[in-house]
Design a protein around this ligand. Structure first.
Ligand code: JFZ
Length: 602
C-alpha cells in the first residue's frame, strides 16, 4: 500500500472516527433533539467577506475553506476582519426565519477552521473585536434563540485552527502560511488544546447561558484522550448539553454522517444529516446553483422517514444579510410545516421495508404519515406490508377524508385535486398495536430490496457490516455475503438493477465484479458497470449509481431468496481530503444500497 493511500485511510478514519461501536446514549437531553427533527446551521466568518474570491479570482470548493484552498498567509487573511461589517446583522430576523420554517435549533459557527472567533475571546485576539462591529454577535444570537424558544447549538472547530501554528495539520500546510517555510512549522497540538481550544470552550460554556448542543468537527488525528477532553469540558460545565458525533471516537450523544449523506434504510441509532442549499457552507457570491425549495423540503421529509434529524445550512453575507434564495427556501418549508409539521416532529422512521415510489413515510405510534411526491399509479396507494387495519385516512392539510379499504390488502384512494408540488400528507390512524411486515413487496412494478435489511453470512476473512448510512462497509471478497428475500406476486420477467453509492471524491470503480443469486438464477462474477446515475439532491455529495446486470423470470408467485457477494472491488481515482489527485487506487468496499427487480412489460 502506498503512503498516500495510508495517509488517506488514516485521515478518513479520523474524520469518521468512531463509526464502529453503535451505542445509544440514554441521555434525557436527547429528547428535545429527537422531537425536533429539524435544525438550521449558520456558517459565518471571515470567509463570508472573501465570498469565494481571492485577489479577484474565484476559488473552487466550499467557501469557508478559502484560506486553505488559496494558500493565503495569515497576515493577509486577517485583513478581512476590517470588512466584516455585520452592518445589517439582525439576529432576531435570523431566528424568526428559522422558527417560521419550523426549525427547532440553530447551530452557529463560534469558531470555524479559520480560527476566527465570532465572540470577544480573552484567549485570542483573533476575534470579533478586530471588526467594525461593536457588539457580541454570539451573545445576541443566543439571546434571540431563547427569546423565540429555539435550542442553542455552537459549532467549534476543535482540531483545526489555521490561525495557530501549534495546530497545523502538516499534510495540508503550505509555505508562507505563518510567514515562514512549511519546513519550519513545528506544531504542538497539546499546547494548542491546553492554551486555546479548551480555554475557549470554557468561555463558550460559561458566558452564554445554557448551551443545548455542542457541535465539534473534523477530529482528524486527535487521540482518544484529546477527544475525551472536549467531551469532559462540556460535561463539567454544562451537563445538560448534548454533543454531536464528530467530536471523535464515537464519544458524542449521536452518530456522525457525512455531509449531505442520506441513509439508505432506517437508522438504527440517533443520526443527523447536515446539508447545504447550494454547494458551500460559507457564503460564495459565485455559487448560485441552489437546490429547489421542494428539494430541500423533500430532504427534510426523507431524513425523517429514515429516523434522522435534518440540519439545513445558511451562509449569511459579511453584512449579515441572508441570500435571497435561502430565505425563499426557508419560507417554502415554513408554509408546508404550518399545515404538516405533526408528520415531522417527534416521529420515528418508516416502519415498512423501504421508501415507496410515490414518496416517504413517517410514524408516530398508531399514526402513519404518507408524504406524496406525486400521484400514485392509478390514484391508489397499496400497503402490502400493513398488517393492521387502518381506521381512518385524511389529508393532513385539509382534514378531508380519503377512502380506505383494508379487506385483505390495505388500499387508499388518493383524493383528486392534491397539489403534489406542495407534498400533501395522508394521515392514517390505526388501532394499537400496529403490525407491519418486513417483507419486500412490489410497488408500482418495482420490488425494492434494501441491502441493509439482509442477513450477513461471514466469509473466510471476516464479516462485512453496515455503515451509519446503512450501506455496506468492508464488503470485498472473503468478507462474506448477504442473504435477502422478496415476495414475487406477479410472475414474469424482471430486470435486475443494483444500486450503489460512493463519495463524490471517488470515481465509479473500474473492474468491480459481483455474484448475485436471484431465486434459481445466478449471475456469476458479473461486471458492475455504470448503467446510470440518479439525478437527485445528493448527486454532488453521494452520487447514486445503478448497474443493470440482466433479467430473471419467475413462473410462479412466492418468496424468492437473493444472495450477494463481491468478487472484485475494482479500482478508482480519488481526490484526497486535501485535494490530492490519487489514481488507480484499489478499494476494499462497494457501498451497496439496494437491489431492484423491475417488472418488464409482457
Ligand atoms: C466539515 C467542515 O470542514 C466544513 O467546512 C463544514 O463546516 C462542514 C459542516 O463540516 O467538513 C466535513 C466534515 C466531516 C465530513 C465531511 C466534511 N465527513 O465526515 O464526511
Amino acid at each position: 500500500m502506498n503512503l498516500r493511500k495510508w495517509l488517506g485511510i488514516l485521515l478518513l478514519g479520523g474524520v469518521l472516527a468512531g463509526c464502529k461501536e453503535t451505542k445509544q446514549t440514554a441521555s434525557p437531553e436527547m429528547e428535545w433533539w429527537r422531537e425536533a427533527r429539524f435544525g438550521m446551521f449558520v456558517h459565518w466568518g471571515l470567509y463570508s467577506v472573501a465570498a469565494g474570491e481571492w485577489n479577484g479570482k474565484s476559488v473552487d470548493g466550499i467557501g469557508e475553506w478559502i484560506q486553505n484552498f488559496a494558500k493565503v498567509p495569515n497576515s493577509d487573511y486577517e485583513k478581512l476582519a476590517a470588512d466584516f461589517t455585520m452592518a445589517n446583522y439582525n439576529p432576531e430576523e435570523w431566528v424568526k426565519m428559522a422558527k417560521n420554517a419550523g426549525a427547532r435549533y440553530i447551530i452557529f459557527t463560534a469558531k470555524h477552521h479559520e480560527g476566527f472567533c465570532l465572540y470577544p475571546s480573552d484567549v485570542s485576539d483573533f476575534d470579533v473585536e478586530r471588526t467594525p462591529y461593536k457588539g457580541d454577535p454570539l451573545k445576541e444570537l443566543t439571546e434571540a434563540c431563547r427569546k423565540y424558544g429555539l435550542k442553542v447549538g455552537l459549532y467549534y472547530s476543535h482540531r483545526q485552527d489555521w490561525h495557530e501554528e501549534e495546530a497545523a495539520v502538516m499534510k495540508n500546510e503550505y509555505d508562507g502560511h505563518y510567514g515562514k517555510p512549511k519546513a519550519e512549522i513545528k506544531p504542538d497540538l497539546d499546547k494548542y488544546i491546553e492554551e486555546k481550544a479548551l480555554p475557549q470552550m470554557r468561555e463558550l460554556l460559561t458566558n452564554y447561558g445554557k448551551i443545548d448542543l455542542l457541535w465539534y468537527d473534523t477530529p482528524l488525528d486527535l487521540t482518544k484522550e484529546q477527544s475525551e477532553a472536549f467531551v469532559d469540558v462540556v460535561r463539567e460545565l454544562q451537563p445538560g448539553c448534548i454533543i454531536n458525533g464528530r467530536v471523535g471516537y464515537d464519544l458524542g450523544d449521536y452518530g456522525p454522517l457525512g455531509d449531505n449523506e442520506m441513509p439508505c434504510a432506517s437508522a438504527d441509532r440517533d443520526l443527523e444529516m447536515v446539508a447545504t442549499m447550494n454547494h458551500t457552507w460559507g457564503y460564495k457570491k459565485n455559487d448560485q446553483d441552489w437546490k429547489s425549495p421542494k428539494d430541500i423540503l423533500c430532504s427534510l421529509i426523507e431524513c425523517a422517514s429514515r429516523g434522522v434529524n435534518y440540519v439545513v445550512n445558511v451562509g449569511p453575507k459579511a453584512d449579515g444579510t441572508i441570500p435571497q434564495p435561502s430565505m425563499e427556501i426557508m419560507d417554502f418549508i415554513g408554509g408546508w410545516m404550518k399545515a404538516n409539521a405533526e408528520s415531522i416532529y417527534g416521529t420515528t422512521a418508516n416502519p415498512f421495508n423501504d421508501n415507496f415510489p410515490w414518496g416517504f413515510v413517517t410514524r408516530k405510534d398508531n399514526v402513519l404519515y404518507l408524504h406524496l411526491l406525486r400521484r400514485p399509479a392509478g390514484g391508489c396507494i397499496v400497503l402490502k406490508g400493513m398488517l393492521s387495519p387502518v381506521e381512518k385516512a385524511t389529508v393532513l392539510s385539509t382534514g378531508k377524508d380519503a377512502f380506505v379499504s383494508c379487506e385483505d390488502i390495505c388500499r387508499i384512494s388518493v383524493p383528486d385535486g392534491l397539489d403534489y408540488e406542495r407534498v400533501p400528507v395522508l394521515k392514517l390512524t390505526c388501532k394499537e398495536p400496529v403490525h407491519f411486515s418486513d417483507a419486500n413487496y412490489m410497488n408500482e412494478g418495482i420490488i425494492s430490496i434494501p441491502v441493509a435489511g439482509g442477513d450477513v453470512v461471514p466469509g473466510a476473512e471476516g464479516q462485512l457490516n453496515f455503515s451509519e448510512g446503512r450501506v455496506t462497509q468492508n464488503f470485498h471478497s472473503g468478507m462474506g455475503k448477504i442473504r435477502m428475500k422478496c415476495e414475487v406476486d406477479s410472475p414474469g420477467t424482471y430486470l435486475v438493477r443494483v444500486f450503489t453509492s460512493r463519495h463524490w471524491r471517488r470515481s465509479f470503480a473500474e473492474g468491480a465484479r459481483i455474484t448475485l443469486r436471484v431465486g434459481g438464477h445466478s449471475f456469476e462474477s458479473v461486471p458492475l458497470e455504470k448503467s446510470g446515475e440518479l439525478e437527485n439532491v445528493r448527486q454532488n455529495s453521494y452520487p447514486e449509481t445503478w448497474s443493470d446486470i440482466g433479467t430473471v423470470s419467475f413462473s410462479q408467485e412466492g418468496t424468492v431468496p437473493l444472495e450477494l457477494s463481491v468478487d472484485e472491488t475494482g479500482t478508482f481515482s480519488r481526490l484526497g481530503f486535501f485535494g490530492e489527485d490519487i489514481q488507480n487506487e484499489s478499494d476494499n468496499n462497494i457501498r451497496f444500497m439496494r437491489i431492484e427487480l423491475v417488472r418488464q412489460e409482457r
